[in-house]
Design a binder for this molecule. Structure first.
Ligand code: SAM
Length: 218
């Protein structure tokens, strides 16, 4: 397999508009209409979501390989893998009873969970699209208008990336939101949790992990 490349960005450090953008989003309730296909997928999943003793989210789960691994780790919870890509989800492995895959847009799915009062105990975001171009700042989850909803979901959050700037910006956005319990570490990988993690580790990339408890604020 060809080596993969670390995202290259013309940004030398944190985006110079990061604080302004995040602060503005933190004062607004994002009103963009929900996509119909996300609502339909959410409604199909809702009975299982409501019945679950606890919820764990694998947001941007790709093919669902990590969803299966998380389901083995969190046996007392329903682990929900969410991805917008039909093509990736079509390659999902067999799922254990406590795992579920949903095709939906995360910016909808997170708001729908909140609307139903459903909160995950743990929330994993493994290798979100990095959007390294400065012009794409608002596509990064921490600078996206849905960021306040992501925080309001709560739970122990874990983000992994091979793009250090993304993780540092995410940490800064959490600080702006008053989240105090944030840790960023460099990861060494023995057993990759996801296909992208495997690809990046095999290519010798330095990998980063951020953990936070958005419920713990100043
Ligand atoms: C770089 S891949 C990582 C996949 C997997 N987590 C892994 O580590 O192997 C990013 C994934 O996020 C999904 N994704 C990106 N934006 C999304 C969105 N707005 N809603 C749902 N899924 C999204 C993509 O379809 C893709 O599968």
């Amino acid at each position: 397999m060809p080596a993969s490349r670390i995202p290259e960005s013309s940004q030398a450090g944190l985006h110079d508009r990061l604080d302004e953008v995040v602060r503005r989003h933190l004062t607004l309730t994002w009103q963009q209409p929900l996509r119909l296909h996300s609502v339909q997928a959410f409604e199909s999943a809702l009975p299982r979501l409501r019945m679950a003793p606890a919820l764990v989210l694998d947001s941007g789960c790709g093919t669902g390989v990590s969803t299966v691994k998380l389901a083995r780790r969190h046996r007392d919870a329903l682990v929900v893998g969410i991805d917008k890509s039909d093509a990736r989800l079509a390659r999902a492995p067999d799922l254990p009873d406590n795992a579920l895959l949903v095709r939906a847009d995360l910016a909808d799915f997170w708001r729908l969970l909140l609307r139903e009062g459903l909160h995950p105990a743990s929330h994993y975001l493994f290798y979100p699209n990095p959007w390294p171009k400065p012009d794409h700042l608002k596509r990064r989850w921490h600078a996206h208008p849905v960021f306040p909803d992501l925080l309001a979901l709560g739970g122990r959050m874990e983000l992994r990336s091979n793009f250090e700037l993304y993780v540092r910006e995410f940490a800064r956005a959490l600080a702006l939101a008053g989240v105090i319990d944030v840790e960023v570490v460099s990861l060494s990988i023995d057993e990759p949790v996801t296909p992208f993690e495997r690809k990046y580790a095999d290519s010798g990339h330095r990998l980063w992990k951020l953990t936070a408890n958005p419920g713990v604020t100043t």
